[in-house]
Design a protein around this ligand. Sequence first.
Ligand SMILES: [Zn+2]
Length: 156
Amino acid sequence: MYPQTHFLFPFFISAILVKLNVLSWKLALASGIVGVLIDADHYVEHIIRAKTNKWSLKATWNNSAKLHRFYQRSFIHHREGFLVLTLLFIIVLFFSWQIALAKAIGYYSHLLLDYVHLKKKKYLQFKIGKFFVKESWFELGFDFFLVVGIVIIVLV
Ligand SMILES: [Zn+2]
């Protein structure tokens, strides 16, 4: 999934919780940012594994979006990361359950989106400058649904 989806999904969930007076808008925004930042490990893995263009964000992006020359997910996307971050959220829980909840929504929603494999048949492919984009129509539709949902939540 692309960064905008990793932002919109936790932000959508958190926006509902804002309306239920569980979270603040600031924490809802933080949950979306956490959702995006989980994939920062792709850049770290790229620096470690790439043979050329080690520090290139473009090369990291294109490997992730199209080329798939090597696996870019680190432990944070797997069981070890799940356990470490769950422990971290439990620790944060003692200081602020709302911060723990916002960060947990960002992280777990990210894993859910990464590991739910739906059959995606049609893709939209294009380039923005030298950055490849290959996004499924399903994901675009899901993004649209989330944006509409967020607008409705904000307006209600
Ligand atoms: Zn990911």
